[in-house]
Design a protein around this ligand. Structure first.
Ligand code: ADP
Ligand code: MN
Ligand code: MN
Ligand code: MN
Length: 333
């Protein structure tokens, strides 16, 4: 008997990388081997020297195929077994090791939008849907589009062992969110990339496409973000390190914005529950700030902060690495 392993990796598309995958039939009892692919088809290698290497980093049960089949998150290496330039995970691993004593945790709120037949799912073929107001956490056939996909995706994530922690309908019609975490920087990111793959794959069977476009509809409609919740051991114990973390993020705001996802300036306008990308701010309960200290955290004097800036299309390996580096390097003095 054999089983199927779906090797999943992140490509070299610019400015936003995409997920790719292919199936390997593996004889039972054999370990998952290192594998390869044609990097000239994924913007990861020239045609004359096209081989790239896939190294498994996380193996989970495949909830769609079932049985002994597995999903295999991979990192991309060159044929010298070095991290490929498109491999942002390797640097995230190094940062997590460097600041291990801080025990950083992340929880990411992944927002996304469903498309059907080339338009936002729920958008009428002529004219406009009702303006925003009733869709967020809504219920009913006039407000909710795609709940069947959301339910199937959540179940698939749970069955795979992904640390999904919740879902909700979002402010724009056809827009949804799921949360992953809290886990360390690398694990949160591995889980989020796999949850994204499962989202696309689950929606396929419903004839629906999901997109992480940060501003899928221009105008008076909310964009899609990836609010990134963060804490260190010190922040989980007292308040002063929480303020210090907010201040630290302010010292490298431009660098963070540059790495929080393509087209971030279209989303962080200062409207629609965002702070303008040009100005850094933080505050308790403030959904118009770059970084929010949740009300309950201020009340209890410990907990975590929410960086509201990352785009839905961000690379979590990059976002979690940057936040860990910026906050922990300054806390270390
Ligand atoms: P919001 O109120 O902004 O919509 P959500 O409930 O959607 O918040 O998401 C909160 C996220 O914060 C979850 O992903 C959760 O796992 C994460 N989280 C909770 N506690 C911590 C913590 N101490 N450190 C990091 N992340 C945390
Ligand atoms: Mn949320
Ligand atoms: Mn949200
Ligand atoms: Mn949030």
């Amino acid at each position: 008997m054999s089983y199927r392993a779906e090797y999943i990796w992140i490509d070299g598309s610019i400015p936003t990388s995409k997920l790719r995958s292919k199936t390997k039939v593996v004889p039972s009892g054999e370990d998952l081997p290192i594998w390869g692919f044609d990097g000239s088809s994924t913007n990861q290698a020239p045609g004359k020297n096209s081989d790239c290497v896939l190294r498994p980093v996380l193996v989970l049960p495949d909830p769609i195929r079932g049985g002994d089949d597995v999903l295999v998150m991979c990192e991309v290496l060159t044929v010298d077994m070095e991290p490929h330039p498109s491999n942002t995970r390797a640097a995230c691993v190094a940062t997590e090791e460097k600041y291990a004593s801080f025990e950083p945790w992340f929880g990411i709120e992944q927002e996304y939008t469903f498309f059907k037949d080339g338009r936002v799912h729920g958008w009428p073929s002529h004219g406009y849907p009702a303006p925003q107001g009733g869709y967020y956490c809504g219920v009913g056939d006039d407000e909710i589009y795609g709940r069947d996909v959301v339910e199937a995706h959540t179940k698939n994530c749970m069955d795979a062992g992904i640390a999904i922690s919740g879902t909700n309908a979002e402010v724009m019609i056809g827009q949804w969110e799921f949360q992953v975490g809290p886990l360390g920087p690398v694990a949160t990111s591995d889980h989020l990339w796999l949850a994204r793959w499962l989202l696309y794959r689950t929606a396929e069977d419903f004839g629906i496409a999901a997109t992480l476009d940060p501003k899928p509809v221009k105008g008076d409609w909310n964009g899609a973000g990836a609010h990134t919740n963060f804490s260190t051991k010190q922040m989980r114990e007292s308040y002063e390190p929480i303020i210090a973390a907010c201040e630290a993020l302010g010292t490298r705001a431009e660098e963070h914005i540059d790495h929080y996802g393509a087209d971030i300036e279209h989303r962080l306008t200062g409207l629609h529950e965002t702070a303008p990308w040009t100005e850094y701010s933080y505050g308790v309960s403030n959904r118009g700030a770059s970084v929010r200290i949740p009300w309950q955290v201020a009340q209890e004097g410990k907990g975590y902060i929410e960086d509201r800036r990352p785009n839905a299309n961000c690379d979590p390996y990059v976002v979690t690495r940057l936040i860990t580096e910026t906050v922990c390097s300054q806390a270390a003095g």
